[in-house]
Every structure is written in structure tokens, then in C-alpha cells.
Design a protein around this ligand. Sequence first.
Ligand code: FAD
Ligand code: FES
Ligand code: FES
Length: 1372
Amino acid sequence: MGEVAAEEERKQSLIFAINGERYELSESDIDPSITLLEFLRYRTPFKSVKLGCGEGGCGACIVLLSKYDPVLDRVEDSTVSSCLTLVCSLNGCSITTAEGVGNSKDGFHPIQERFVGFHASQCGFCTPGMCVSMFSALVNAEKRNRSKPRPGFSNLTVSEAEKAIAGNLCRCTGYRPIADACKSFAADVDMEDLGYNSFWKKGESDEEKMSRLPKYNRNSSSPKFPEFLKKEIKAGADLTSKGYHWYSPSSIEKLQSILKNIEANDGTSMKIVVGNTGTGYYKEVEHYDNYIDLKYIPELSTIVKDQTGIEIGAAVTISKAIEVLEQENVSDSPVENKTVFKKIAEHMEKIASGFVRNSGSVGGNLMMVQRKQFPSDIATILLPVDAIVNLMVGQKLEKLTLEDFLGRPPLDSRAILLSIKIPVWELTKDISSETDTMFLFETYRAAARPLGNALPYLNAAFLAKVSFCRNSTGAILNTCRLSFGAFASKHPVRARNVEEFLIGKVLSVGLMYEAVKLLETTVIPKDGISHSAYKSSLAVGFLFEFLSPLINAPDQISGGLCDGDNCYMLKDSSKIKENNYKLNGTKFPTLLSSSKQNIQSSDEYRPVGQPVTKVGATIQASGEAVFVDDIPAPGNCLYGAFVYSTEPLARVKSITFKSESPPVGITALICVKDIPGKNLGCTSVFGEEPLYADEFAQFAGDRIAFVVADTQKHADLAANLAVIDYDKENISPPILTVEEAVERGSFFQVPFAKPEQVGDFSEGMAEADRQILSAEIKLGSQYYFYMETQTALAVPDEDNSMVVYTSTQCPQIAQETIAQCLGLPANNIRVITRRLGGGFGGKSLRAVSVATACAVAAYKLQRPVRVYVNRKTDMIMAGGRHPMKITYSVGFKDSGKITALKLDILIDAGIFPDVSIVMPGAIVGSLKKYDWGALSFDIKLCKTNLPSRSAMRGPGEVQAAFIAEAIIEHVASTLSIEVDTVRSINLHTYNSLGLFYKSAAGEPSEYTLPAVWDKLATSSSFHQRIEMIEEFNRSNKWRKRGISRVPVLQEVTVRPTPAKVSILRDGSIAVEVGGVDMGQGLWTKVKQVAAYGLGLIKRGGTEELLEKVRVIQSDTLSLIQGGFTGGSTTSESSCEAVRLCCNVLVERLTALKEQLMEQTGTLEWETLILQAYQTSVNLSASTLFIPEFTSMQYLNYGAAVSEVEVNLLTGETTILRSDIIYDCGQSLNPAVDLGQIEGAYVQGIGFFMFEEYPTSSNGLVTTNGTWSYKVPTLDTIPKQFNVEILNSGHHQKRVLSSKASGEPPLTLAVSVHCATRAAIAEARRQLGLWNRVDDSNSRAFQLEVPAVMPVVKERCGFDSVQKFLQWTMGTK
Ligand SMILES: Cc1cc2nc3c(=O)[nH]c(=O)nc-3n(C[C@H](O)[C@H](O)[C@H](O)COP(=O)(O)OP(=O)(O)OC[C@H]3O[C@@H](n4cnc5c(N)ncnc54)[C@H](O)[C@@H]3O)c2cc1C
Ligand code: FES
Ligand code: FES
């Protein structure tokens, strides 16, 4: 065979490596639309890549992609999101997944081991992605030419280690331990800064600490690029398969010829591909006939630098562009150039996250703006620097300005962007020698997350050449380019009228005011877009920030325009930079800077009380831990996807599909008529809900049918194509608000668990000096954002039985529901749950219907059926936290002592009862944290045509924490006294505690809140910091700080829970418990208690027993009465049930033990057990732990202090520091409890500050992915995060003296909201001054939840810049 023929043949297949193994796919094997994630999960054993979002927004699917450059004989390694990367683009690449980084067979990598020891994995769903991100950072750091690090450390810096994981989401840990695990590799880390871990003890030297860390060897940690790939692969693949074509042209000419051929084949569709990350946003579902990968065309993949500028090939990745632009900063090019390149690179680093930038191209980004109006950063920042675009349309090459390129009508799919050129910038010599000149270039973006992974609300870039006349005091703009983008115009625009207005004039406050007014009429977001006023105000803020350092402020304006500085003529650009720096408020690091954990562990019940690492954490880190969707598909398995209603209330006439022929791969469409038994999606003590809509869809998101197909992708595609024919005739309008529910008397009854009023409200009001009457608060919802969405697998078995694997917090309820739905006895249904990728309440009852849908389909089709609900559908159907409307009246003394509180609360429960009837009790239980004097309430559960709201971590309690603090704040602002004083005055005494909580109050010694409250004031330097903040606020105009201390007092209930402990012949121990491990460490605590309990037989050696215990998955036919996991107490009650079982076993073994001791003088566990087997001692014990009625409820205490800084120009809130003290009684496992406290707190930050979960006017959830739903990331948690776990000693009625930690700390995050409110109050006081109005109203305002940037900015004044300028002019 000739060489050419051989080359041709080679190109007909796709060759790559996964974890060193060779994969060759022949043409017939390939669908060009298949992503790497699909390939890995469905066609290889490597399941560590998790599907968290499918849109590049979470990092759960990250792999390391290595490419070999034969010319330079160099390997490039970078992370990419496998959910967006197309397999066909991987010819010749080597892929490393978390299993490839380290695994149980070949040994774990120190990254994985350190994750375990730092307790950085809870549910473990995000952990493989985190480890791969860190691995990539290490691999790349080791390639850098830096001075040799200390032995045992890497070349990485602390900041690089943190940035490595900044784009990865974790919903469990709160990030601190993950950051610590990563930082432990950094050459410049201070060991003192590394948080609580299982490696070393407090007080050990740095050397000792280092020696205890799993060893890191710099040389052996790189992935080895397989030699066979180096030899085999020289180019991209050209493939033809099943009518699809994948081309990888290696020159422009070849590209032209391919395009020509495709054009000749009229009607065939085509897609240009580079990184394919665009599909993360546009969610393309269609298949194309032709795919053309541009990466192999040299002109498109290189960056060329010359005297005239830098030309970036369109297929160059954003990461590569950043790298090259940064290098320019150290070159000898003119300073203006350096400024431009440096700023562009800095800005680009905030685009998406590292793993998207590593594959996303600059050209792809610009084409997305050009064709589809994508809110790009790159287009905005390249606009003012006069970037030039090289375009190829057909055979024609064109050179045009970026502005013209963007302004053209959308180019057709055959137009190819070749390159973008950033021209050289230098100060021209046309400015007379009488002047000093300066070049300025700045870029701006306001986004929910400072480090990116969030699209900007608005971005901007300004370029100016400024001259300062030596004889006068003014600065004149000679050149001015102002570009604004992402504000819903078609594409970024230059504000030309403002530019023209400013050019040639001496800058002054007055001129700036006029410019700002003009700008307001220029950057006007499209009608109907969200946050339009906010976006306008951002534009003004950015311009002000850019220009104000140039203005010669009059002396009488204290501090000048720039905070705290004499703003004289600023001819020195470094001075301007410094002033900008002050203005922007970026003085603190963007990431977690320090943290302290103070933990008192106890030895009383060893190994209980020890920071034992999480069960299964290593296999979670390597991705070998098996989640439901990782269970290999049984032969013949089908996949399902829900078809849901988009109408809130309508008759469903029919379901058809958009396509003419039935969608590909579809097997069945299951709906209500296919249910053999009762139409039940869930049945529990709280009520029932149907599985499928029967005649009527009752809310947008209601399950109407379940499409079953041969793959998950086909099922999802088919569900997308479903068209529901609705009929709304003669149907009364849906109820979409609580007010409508009240009007129409639509409520759920609360048959039990009704909370009781305290005292007499009228008497309390009569005692009051002042009253606030009928004030209103509204609270929205929150989505669970478990990283693993709802999932289940149902496998029909013999004799009408069924095994259902589901990710649920309540397997027993799933079993009962499925049985009734199928019309079978419950013993036919075995529900198995091993682990959850996060639950947070969302996998309680909400998961049951998903499992039931699979079971019904599997039963009908008599084939296994599974589902992994996609993120969008999950978000639409989930329901989430209960929104509510609260009206309160409160009476209080002039001292701030509250005497009476009355609340009318309307809870939006959605359409079905779910667990909503527990809400009134939960709300009141947490609301009573203050002594209100008398407490009266009327709480209504409104039934609306909205998704059923369910329990979400701290259900009702979080809302109550907010309501309580909002009332306290309101009282304080009315009285104009310090809010902390009002809080302190109204904290319970032990007497009032008893009045409000009855027996749950416990013994006086157990009431630790007052001590915690005072201790926290000292440990957080609360009072000193108040003074420092006052000083800060006096000297800073555009940044204000606030601080707040809040308590938590939360009631929890211990429920009956079963357990079974079995000792096997070899001495190993199997434990089954009612509780499910969803990341909260339940299994770990259970394991410790089992070792402790059985250890009582022989005193000592419990560590050895610990190794012998295995907690096994929940199986509803093996252990019954499991109930549900939730309410923070399932860990302790499971532990207690296990302890009771151990007591029984110890008792059974005691006689034998004594006999053995007598005979041999020693006691070996294995011998004892063997003897027990031989003498037929029953070595399996099970029990149902039933808590005593009088002590089943108890109170948890803690407090938090948070300090924040608000940027008045953008509304951004930075949490500077949070300090928490939390009483865990005697923690069963302080590492686990610390993880719960930190993780819950950060989830609370999400609720109070970031997570918007609204619906459209017809009730359909509108934030349905990572693009719009923003959970906290590493860059949004407190910069200093200090947690102390208080060991409050012996608690006789608690399980081994322990207390709960899962939910109460979440409510403490209200401290962040309150601190933000305090900072805003300062901003409003200042605004009052500028407005020349009395500031007494500045504190009387509501701050919505979540206090997202637009909300904060609005409260600080959308027009604060204008007001300030007017005021400045007035004081001249
Ligand atoms: C999670 C996430 C967050 C993001 N955040 C931001 C952000 O904050 N700011 C921001 O600006 N961007 C953001 N992006 C967008 C990102 O920059 C783009 O997705 C990326 O640059 C596109 O490059 P690509 O190579 O992957 O393009 P592809 O996805 O391969 O292509 C995108 C589109 O452009 C076409 N195309 C690509 N190259 C060419 C070419 N040379 N000629 C003609 N057509 C072409 C393709 O046909 C396709 O239609 C984000 C993306 C993701 C996934
Ligand atoms: S699943 Fe790929 S980034 Fe979320
Ligand atoms: S451990 Fe990170 S999402 Fe659960």
C-alpha cells in the first residue's frame, strides 16, 4: 500500500488514549455530535466524569487533555469540560480522568489523599473534577521555569492553586477544605494557614506537618503521553460515518474546497467547530451533516506578533491568547501596548472558567456575538482598541474593523473568521510640547462572581489619550473610545455621542455630569430585559470610575473625587491606577485568604469524637465511587425523560412530536393510562401527589408523560420535541400568587404538628412604648442545586418484583409509592440507595416520583429503565424552598426590648402538599430564637398552581431566621439604636427560653447561647471592628462596610430510626442504618459508633475495629422502617440505633468473652467471633431506636459575625470575614461537623446573597441552568472564614452527648445579609447628604433576599453618581 493510501486509511479512524489505553474508533462507530462525556460514561469504564450541568458551568465533568506537538516535541496539558468537547476533535489526544490521576488499584495520587485528609469531599460528586483541575494545575506548574521549591512541595503558588478550582462548583463543602487541600502543594504556602485535617495535630512544627502529608513527588506526577500516540498521529481526522462528515482541514485552501463541496451539495447542513463550548450556551440539539474542525489550519491556530500589532488566529484558545498577551507585558514594546495587552489579558481571565477558556476560541466567541448576539466580553474589550478582523466569505478574503464586523447582519454559516488583530498603540506625537500626555486603557465588568464563570450584567472598555496643559489645571481628552457591551444591545457599541462630547474639553465635574447624562440616553438596555435600570447605572459608574481620577477636584470637596486622597492633577498614570484601585475596592484578595478552625475533640467514646476521614472519600476522589447513574446499564436498558407542562393550568388534549417522523430511538411514551395501580408520584404521612397529570396539567413543570428511548440523549431530545396540545376553555385561571390563593380560599390544612402561640399579644402590645404595624416582607425560593440531579434505575425481576436504585433521602417512601402505583405488595419492591450526590431536602419526596416513573416504565415494558434528569428539567420540576409573604406587627420599649410580635404568614406551598405541613412548626421553632414577649401568628399554607415546594436544608428555619432579624433591624432603625444592642436585649434568658420552648429548653447548663454570644464578640474583635468600620466608612465614598452579629437557636426533633449490625465469621462487621449518606458523613459517624459500641467488649483496640466496619447501602427489604433522612438528626439517631444493636451483641458475647479470657488470658476479636460462630451465638442484631418523648426535641446554639464591603458603583458585596461559634455538644466527629457547618453556611450565603429562582408570569421556572443560577463559588465565600466548634460537655439526653450540625449553621448566613444592610445604610446616609435631605430614613429600608448586585446597587441609589456630581457642583 502506498504512503498516501496508508495516510488516507489512517484518517478513516479516530485514535486517542484514555488513561493510557488506546481507543480506536472506526467510522461506523462514530456520531460526530457525541461528546467526550457521553463517550466516557457510556462506552468506557471511566465514570469519574460526572454530568452536573452539561453546559460548561460546573466542572464536574473535567478531564485533562494532553496534546503532543511533534515539531517542538512538547506536550500541552489543559483541563477541558468533557460535556462540551466533541470526541471527533480528539484525534491524537490523550485524556486523563480522575481514575487516571490515581485509583484504588494502582494507588491514589497525593491530591486525592490530601482531599481525604483535609475532609474536602462530602457527597463526592464534584470531587473527581476538583482533583483533575488540581492535577492539571500541578502538571503545568511543574513545567514552569521557576526556582526549585522546598522539598515535598510543587512549583505551584497558593494563588494558582486556588484559581485552579475557582471554576468548579461544590454544593457541600463551602470550598474552604478543598482550597486547603490544594494549597498544601503550593511552594509558598504557610503551613499555619492550612485548615483542620487528619494529618497533623495542633502545635506540630512545619517539618512534622510536612512529613505527615501524603508525599508529593514532582517528577512522577505528570501524565505520561502515550508513545504510541506520538508515533501514530500527525493530523486531525477526516471521517465519514452514517452520512455525517467530520473534516479537519490542514490549510485554508483545503477548507475552501470543503466549503465549496458542501455548497454544491445543496441542502446539507454544516457546522464550524473549534472548542464547541458555544453549545454550552446555545444548547444545540440538531445533528449536522458536516462538521469542520478549524484547529488544524496553521493560520487560524497561531498568534503572530510584529511591529504593527498582535494577530490572533480565530481558532486560538482564550487561554493561549491570555498567555501570549501576558508575555507582551515583559517585552520591550511601548508602555501603551503593554497596558492594552495586559488589561485585555486580565479581563479575559474572567471569562468563563479555566476549563472553558482552554478550549473556547477567541474567534468562536466573536462569531457567537456576530451571529447570535452573545453577550461577549471579548468583543467589548477589543472594540475601543480598533481591532481588525480578517474574514473569509467563500473564496473572498476581507479585512474590516471589529465594529463593522459586528454591525453586519448575521453572517451565514459559510463565512469563516480567520483572525483578529490588535494594533499597536503608542502616544502619537501630534500633541504639542506644551502638554504632558498620557495613555489610558481600562476594562470593566460587573458579574455575580468576581473571578468569572458568570456572564457580566454589563461590561465596558475605555481608551483615552489625555493631555495635561502645563499652564492650566485641566486634563483634556484628545482621543476617547468608550465601548459598552452585554446590555442586550445586538452587540457591544461605542458611545460615540459621549466620546464626541468629551473630546477636546477640559475635564471637570460639570463636564462629567453632562457626559453621564448623555450616557444615560445612550446605553439604554432593551425594553423588557431584566435589571435594565441597573445596567444603565453600571455604565455611568464605570465612566465615572474611569474619568474621576483625571479631574482636578476643588479643595472644598473633602478628599476629592477619589476617596481619601488629594486629587490634584494626576499626571502620573501610576497615581491614577492607585486611585482607581481605591475607587474600585479591590484591595483585598479575590479568593479565600485565611481561615481558622478551633475544634475541641473528645476522647470519651473513642473513636467517636475523632476526626475520622469520610467513609469512601478516596474512591470519591478517584471517581470510582458508584452513584446511581454510574451503575452499569443492564442489557436491554432503556432511558427516560419527562415531558412536562409549560402551562400552569390546562386540559391536556394530546402529545405529539415536532418532527414528522417519530424521534430517533424512541420506544414508548408512558403516561397516566399506563399506570397499573394508583396514580401516585409520592405518598407519605404528609399527603399524596399523582405521578402524571390526569386530564389537567396543574402547574408549569407538571409531569405529563415519560418518553422512553434507547439512550438518555435520545430520550432528552424526544422530550424536547414533544408538543402538548392544551385546552384552557372553561377553566378558571390558575392561582399563581399567595394573594390569589387567599382570595380563592385555596389552602392546605395542617392536621398535626401545629405550633403554639406564646403569651398574650394584646397585653404585650399594651406594654410597648412604640409599635410597628403591618410591615411586609417577601421571600423567594431557592433551588437545591445538588450536583447530581435526580436519577433512578428500575430493573424488573422475577415474579412481578422490581429492584429500583434511586438517589433518594427516603427509600422507604419510594418503596411504598412504587408498590401502590404498580398495584403490588411492598415486598415485591426492593429500593436500594447507596449514596447521593447531594440531597439538601431535594431528594426527599421529590426523588420518589422520579423513581416511580422509572418503575412504571420498566414494569410496562418489562425492561430496565433508567433516568438521569437533565439540569433544566430538574430545575423546572424541583419546586425548591417555600416562598412566603410575611406581615408583622411588633411592639417594643424605647430600650429596644420587644414586648409583642404578631405574624401573618402566607406560604406558597405549590400544588401538592409534599412536606409543607411541617412548615408552620419549623418557622415558629426557629422564630422563637428571640424573646418576643408575646408571640402570636397566623400561618397559612397556600395551594397554588406552582411546583410543589419541598423541604430544603433548614426548611422554614432559614426564612424564620431572616424574618426575626428583619424585625430586629426594623425595631433598631425605628429607635435609631444599634441593632446589636436590640439583639442582645432580646436574647432569651433561661426562663424565657422555657416559656417559649418548654421541655426542649433542657437543663440551664445546656443553654450555651449567652456564653457563645459573648465569646464570639471577643474572638472576632467585634466591638473594635465596629470602630474600624466607622473610620473606614468616613474615609471612603464608594465603598462602605458593615458588620453584624446574629445568633442561631434552632429546635430539632430526633425520630425513630432502625439499624442492624452483623458480625461476619472473619470478624468483619456489616452495618445497616435507616439513614442515607448524602455527603453529610452519616456513615462515618455510624462506623465510629459501631467500633465504639462493639469495642466495649474488649476495651481498647477500637481503631482496629473501625477498619472492620462497613456500612452498607440502604435496602428496603433488608432493613425496614428507614423513614427519611432529614432534619439534621438522622446521623445521631442512626448512631444511637447502632449503639443499641452493639449493646445487644456485646451482651450476647460477654459470657463467651469471659470464658475465653479465663482460658487464654487474652482476647482476640477474630477468635472471639469464630468461637461465637461455633457456639451459635446470634451475631446479627437489629433494633428500632425510639427516642424518649420528653427529650426528642432539643435546641442548638451558635452565633456568627460577618463583615462585608459593598461597592457602591456596582452593588458588589464582598464578604471580608465570617466568624462562627457553634455548639456541637460533644461532636461525634468534629471534621464531619465542621464540614457541615461550613458547607451549610455557604449554602446559606447562596440563599441570602446570590441564588435567584424566579418563575415567569405563568409559573414556569426561568432560571434553569448554571448560566442564570449562581451558587457560591470559591471567589464569593468569606475571605477570612473562622469556625470554632464548641464542646459544651456532657448532655445526658443526647446521643453520646452530641448535637446536630446539618442545618442550623445555614441560618447563620443571615449575618452576611444583615452586614450588607448595615453597609447599605451607610451608603444611604451619604446619599441623603448629597441629596441634602435628612438622613433619618436612611436605615428604614427593606433589603430583598437574595441581595444580588442589582438589588444592592438599587438600595445604594442607582443615581448615586449623578447625585454626587450634582452635590459636588453645588458645593463649588
Ligand atoms: C460556561 C461558559 C461561560 C462563558 N462565559 C463567558 C463570559 O463570561 N464572557 C464571554 O465573553 N464569553 C463567555 N463564554 C463564551 C466562550 O467564550 C465561547 O463559548 C467560546 O469562546 C467559543 O469558542 P469555541 O471555540 O468553543 O467555539 P465553538 O463552540 O466551536 O463555536 C461557536 C460558534 O461559532 C462558530 N465558529 C467558531 N469559530 C468560527 C470561525 N473561525 N469562523 C466562523 N464561525 C466560527 C461555530 O460554528 C459556532 O456556531 C462562556 C462559555 C461557557 C461555556
Ligand atoms: S457537566 Fe460539564 S461543566 Fe458541568
Ligand atoms: S462534595 Fe462537592 S458537591 Fe458534594
